[in-house]
Design a protein around this ligand. Structure first.
Ligand code: HEM
Length: 480
């Protein structure tokens, strides 16, 4: 009897392992680890560091491999060229978001990040238009004024705390302020302003939502759905939306239709102008939330990583300081005159992409992806994970990929895919690059950042909402 059961189980396991038999024309379903009943190949994925698991699996199974995550058929892409070719050459097939059941609780698919179809196209195009290069450039004043507030805060902390400053907290706050100003034209003070409690509650709910989202076993294993806590996500999310209500009301009252001063005014004008618009007033808080989430933590984390690497490698920090330390302050128009700063930004984004595996896409039709003489079969409804971390650290593409080395970027071409690729790629890329440029030209001109210990700061980080450094403090000195 046991023998028969074992045979049945074995047959079942072979049946589950698509890579043994699934083909279309001559294209083969990508290889991957053994699939077990119920859990699939989840036994090969660390939930704390999935990006590292994917990277290790790609060394075993190739740049494109398959992995069944519980009940979800998944293909992971771990190479810059394959990723760009796949997402750009077949834009319509790969542009939809893969929906895990828990995603609905954040935005009800009315935001930008998780929505799909014509609604997503409409809102993404409005955001992109409001962020065209020229408009983003006109935000230079906004970035400079928020940055000068951050500098005053750093100076205050230098005096109060004997030069020891929590730069992680400071950059988080700076980016939250920039994004709120961009969305609502509202500015926050750093210390004890009347809005501090609201911001504190907002950040608390926002962190909790992401903690809960990471712990929904039913997303992958339907048998475990009773252990999901969607109600907690929904409750925190509705708390969080309250943060936006006063700003939205204020903007509605003072809207200047001829001369929109912030994204929300621009959005309201666009909706009113188009009688067929699919965006309803109830969707506005969801849209605002997704832009804040997508824009602030990613860009803030990149600044945190940059300070960490430049504290670990003081020679690189000095070389950067020399490039930007002139009496004339660099402006965005002069970006190309600062190749080393751009190389430092690109290298930081390459080695520590804030969104290490972006967000899942879905393959919406059976299709074949050809690369380097191999044809890979991507079946309809497969989840597609772009492993940006693995692609950016690919040994075949970069010498010594785990070492922070800005000199590897000799030209202005960005050699990383940290903003992903194709129609679903980051619409905030230019804005983020401009913020990183403006903030860095100021921080590394006026301040010197050092470690508070003799040991190098940890360069692996932890995965929370983004791939972020482990907490560190900085010794900050004002360069007179
Ligand atoms: C260093 C900074 C940033 C990085 C590394 C980054 C990276 C990314 C990545 C990897 C995605 C997912 C792409 C995909 O699914 O394939 C994304 C999506 C997105 N990002 Fe960014 N981002 C950054 C800054 C920003 C900023 C400043 C904004 C604000 C305007 C923004 C707005 C968005 C939005 C709205 C999406 C969703 C796009 C969609 O689903 O179609 N991001 N970003």
């Amino acid at each position: 009897m046991i023998f028969i059961l074992l045979i049945v189980l074995l047959v079942f396991i072979v049946y589950l392992n698509k890579n043994f038999y699934l083909k279309k024309n001559n294209a083969k379903y990508p290889n991957g680890p053994l699939v077990l009943p119920i859990i699939g190949s989840l036994y090969r994925v660390s939930f704390k560091t999935p990006h590292l698991s994917f990277k290790n699996l790609s060394q075993q199974y190739g740049k494109i491999f398959s992995i069944k995550m519980g009940c979800v058929e998944t293909i992971v892409i771990n190479d810059i060229s394959i990723l760009q070719k796949t997402f750009r050459d077949k834009p319509t097939i790969f542009q939809q978001r893969f929906w895990l059941p828990s995603f609905y609780n954040v935005g009800e698919y009315r935001d930008i990040v998780f929505s799909n179809g014509p609604y997503w196209r409409e809102i993404k195009s409005i955001l992109k238009n409001s962020l065209t290069k020229t408009k983003s450039r006109s935000m230079e004043d906004l970035f400079n004024s928020e940055c000068s507030k951050a500098e005053q805060y750093i100076m205050k902390k230098i005096k109060e705390n004997n030069n020891i400053v929590d730069m992680m907290k400071t950059t988080k706050r700076l980016l939250l302020n920039i994004m709120v100003k961009f969305l609502f034209n509202i500015s926050f003070e750093y210390d004890d302003g009347s809005l501090s409690k609201e911001i504190f509650d907002f950040v608390k709910s926002y962190n909790l939502i992401f903690e809960y989202l990471a712990k929904q076993p039913g997303d992958f294993i339907p048998l475990l759905r009773p252990f999901d806590t969607h109600d907690k996500i929904a409750k925190e999310y509705s708390n969080l939306l309250k943060f936006f209500t006063p700003f939205i009301d204020e903007t509605l009252k003072n809207i200047d239709k001829e001369n929109p001063k912030c994204f929300l005014e621009y959005l309201l004008i666009e909706i009113e102008r188009d009688p067929n618009s699919m965006i309803k007033p109830e969707s506005i808080p969801h849209i605002c939330f997704s832009i804040i989430v997508a824009g602030s933590d990613t860009t803030g984390t990149t600044l945190e990583w940059m300070i960490l690497y430049l504290s670990n490698y003081p020679n690189i920090q000095e070389k950067l300081h020399c490039e930007i330390n002139s009496s004339h302050h660099p402006t965005l128009k002069e970006k190309k005159n600062y190749p080393f700063l751009r190389a430092v930004i690109n290298e930081t984004l390459r080695i520590s992409p804030p969104a290490p595996f972006a967000l899942p896409h879905i393959c919406s039709e059976d299709t074949i992806v050809s690369f380097n003489g191999h044809d890979y079969f991507f079946p309809k409804y497969t989840q597609i994970i772009p492993n940006l971390y693995g692609a950016n650290r690919n040994e075949n593409e970069f010498d010594d990929p785990n070492t922070f080395n800005p000199d590897r970027h000799p030209s202005s071409t960005a050699s990383h895919v940290s903003y992903s690729s194709g129609p679903r790629s980051c619409p905030g890329e230019n804005m983020a690059d401009d913020i990183l440029f403006v903030v860095s030209t100021r921080l590394y001109k006026y301040f010197k950042f050092e470690r508070t210990t003799n040991q190098l700061y940890d360069e692996y980080g932890v995965l929370t909402k983004t791939l972020t450094p482990k907490d560190y403090l900085s010794k900050v000195t004002f360069r007179s």
